[in-house]
Design a protein around this ligand. Structure first.
Ligand code: IPE
Ligand code: IPE
Ligand code: MG
Length: 250
């Protein structure tokens, strides 16, 4: 089992987000149907959750189905939805036993009522858990998130419950479905794009891309991504000298 030194452990990313891409190619390379790749990808999800929980990562956000993925052939969309429903049912007791707090991010109204019910059940059951915060993005789009936040705030202004001048980045942040910035954004499958994932939340994340296809993503691959993160100097607009002064406590 790989692990980090005590020194590195203090600097681990608090929030890891993953664009889990490459399931289809994984299956096609083996002459299998794309859906087999999605099934296999579910195992990589479990390993990743377990590893993040063990490392004490605070939040893990996984992109499972984007608002654009509805454009796929209906048979693939159906298979994905069934897989998500099955995995959620099967994993909920295990996640709960491990103190994991599950939230599903996205426009859930478009999902089947039975899936919406499973999501509510899992979220309610795990709501008070204090371990890893696991966010699963289903029918999620970063643009949708920003628009729904705008609407929420606009409604309050219209009803006289919010003064327009009070809207700032912090208030807006809290209107999003996820108000925690991403430290490390991982994308498997080699593409160097964000594909409408957590647009606002990734404003200052470190971006790690690997050619590994999602079903092949394992504990070592996660450690490699975290190692990359640990090697970066996060400057947030400042100079390297300023950052060094801050970390020396000056
Ligand atoms: C990611 O794998 C899973 C989802 C988008 C749901 P893909 O299905 O996009 O796999 P590739 O990119 O076609 O290989
Ligand atoms: C991004 O992967 C969405 C998920 C991983 C759920 P896609 O395969 O849909 O991304 P594009 O279409 O290549 O940008
Ligand atoms: Mg893809």
């Amino acid at each position: 089992m790989v692990s980090f030194s005590d020194k590195d452990a203090a600097y681990l990313p608090r929030h890891i987000a993953i664009i889990m891409d490459g399931n289809g190619r994984w299956a096609q390379k083996r002459g299998m149907l794309r859906v087999k790749g999605h099934q296999e990808g579910a195992n990589a999800v479990i390993t990743t959750i377990e590893t993040c929980a063990r490392l004490g990562i605070k939040t893990l956000s996984l992109f499972a189905f984007s608002s654009e993925n509805w454009k796929r052939p209906p048979s693939e969309v159906n298979a994905l939805m069934q897989l998500l429903a099955k995995a959620l049912k099967k994993q909920t007791p295990i996640l709960h036993q491990n103190g994991i707090k599950v939230r599903v991010l996205g426009d859930l109204k478009a999902l089947k009522p039975s899936l919406q019910e499973s999501i509510s059940y899992t979220q309610n059951l795990t709501e008070n858990n204090l371990g890893l915060k696991l966010n699963i993005a289903i029918n999620y789009g970063g643009k949708w998130d920003i628009v729904q936040a705008c609407k929420k705030l606009a409604l309050k202004v219209r009803d006289g419950d919010l003064d327009l001048e009070r809207i700032d980045e912090e208030l807006f942040n809290h209107a999003l479905v996820l108000d925690e910035g991403v430290d490390l954004l991982i994308r498997t499958g080699g593409e160097r794009r964000i594909s409408n994932f957590l647009l606002w939340q990734c404003a200052y994340s470190e971006f790690y891309v690997t050619d590994l296809l999602w079903p092949d993503f394992n504990e070592q691959a996660l450690f490699d991504a975290i190692d990359y993160y640990l090697s970066r100097e996060r400057r947030f607009g400042m100079t390297s000298e300023q950052i060094k002064e801050i970390s020396n406590g000056n």
